[in-house]
Design a protein around this ligand. Structure first.
Ligand code: GTQ
Ligand code: FE2
Length: 359
């Protein structure tokens, strides 16, 4: 923009100096740099991650100081967080260990990857973790983790910490004892997991799902049943975990999804205003993100930034299952969610580069 020159040069300089002196800045001069660099897509390989997560067991032990033994997915270019709103971390809990009870305003999900015999207690409800289970610890709910089994337990934590910190609403409280009292075992499942029936009394007004534990066998059943009926052009057989009391997303800030990419399917590309963290639960394939091909295999993690073109493909010899967390509920609640299909090249992006770790 050509700067108009209504005042003479000397007067103009004086004007800008006077404005600067009382902390006013002329909007017509622009110059507002992006506060942080653009988030780029990234991928973590399970083959590289797992050994270092297991090794973290020799480095620290969860106690009142350490609290949680986690290794965060630290995206290059971000000061903290895995996307600008979400953070994911791998948590290791060894046999006999307890990660002490606390609560915080950031909301967390656990996506269980490996092991048996550990549980998370959420507001008194003991939830035994099995691979493929999703467990919610909504904002300000007490939670502690205990491994009473014989195997190391590894899960993925997903939290909205970067958003909550940005909004200056991060609060935390330790529970006076390591473990909170247990008032039930799988009660949220018994009350709310039937799908089409729910109690006529109780916690209908909570700002999150009253069901805290989504078990893998039910999830997989739902996916395979749906696969016989239909699919989405951009995500193939894709399902959202829902709050049984509303039918909406399980949490106010994050939604969780599970999707099956049938063997040999390549979806079409689209983009939307949400950031996403994926875990490859089963199978292998690739995702093209803004023209860059990310090959993935079982256990890998990758992120798709907001408004990045993306399409997924599975290899032809087997189905792939992707779990993801996305910040869609935030965007929808603020009327900022938009979505767009990729229309050129029959809906597929030209691949211009390939991702390699360390590059
Ligand atoms: O397990 O409670 O990755 O409080 C970060 C903060 C996990 C947890 C994290 C937490 C937890
Ligand atoms: Fe926590």
């Amino acid at each position: 923009m050509a700067v108009q020159d209504k005042l003479g040069a000397e007067d103009l300089k004086q004007y800008y100096n006077a404005a600067d002196g009382i902390r006013l800045s002329p909007g017509w001069l622009g110059g507002e740099e992006e506060a942080s660099p653009e988030l780029a897509p990234y991928l973590w390989r399970w083959s590289e991650v797992e050994p270092l997560v297991l090794k973290s067991g020799e480095v620290v032990t969860p106690d009142r100081d350490v609290e949680r033994r986690t290794m965060r997915l630290a995206t290059p270019g971000l000061k903290r967080g895995t996307t600008h709103t979400l953070i994911a971390a791998l948590q290791l809990l060894l046999p006999g260990e307890c990660a002490p009870a606390h609560r915080h305003t950031p909301t967390a999900i656990r996506w269980i990857l490996k092991g048996h015999g550990a549980y998370t207690t959420v507001q008194g409800d003991k939830c035994y973790m099995e691979p493929g289970d999703l467990i919610l610890t909504p904002s300000w709910t007490w939670h502690d983790h205990t491994n009473e089994g014989t195997e190391p337990m590894i899960w993925l934590d997903g939290l909205d910490v970067p958003l909550v910190r940005y909004l200056k609403a991060n609060f935390y409280e330790p529970f006076p004892e390591d473990q909170q009292p247990v008032t039930g075992v799988g009660d949220s499942v018994r009350k709310y997991a039937s799908g089409s029936l729910k109690p006529t009394w109780g916690e209908a007004d909570a700002p999150y799902s009253p069901l805290w534990h989504y078990k893998w066998d039910r999830t997989y059943d739902a996916l395979t049943n749906l696969a016989e009926l239909g699919s989405d052009p951009f995500d193939d057989v894709s399902m959202e975990y829902t709050d049984p009391s509303t039918g909406g997303p399980v949490l106010r800030t994050m939604t969780c999804r599970i999707q099956l990419i049938r063997p040999g399917i390549q979806t079409k590309a689209h983009r939307h205003t949400s950031s996403k963290i994926y875990q490859v639960f089963r199978g292998s394939g690739y995702t093209v993100i803004d023209g860059q091909r990310f090959d993935w295999t079982e256990g890998d993690f990758f992120i798709v930034p907001s408004w990045a073109w993306h399409e997924h493909a599975s290899t032809s010899d087997g189905e792939a299952i992707l779990f993801s967390i996305q910040d869609i509920p935030i965007m929808k609640s603020m009327a900022l969610y938009r979505e767009e299909p990729y229309t050129e090249h029959a809906g597929h992006q030209p691949v211009t580069s390939q991702f390699n770790t360390g590059s």
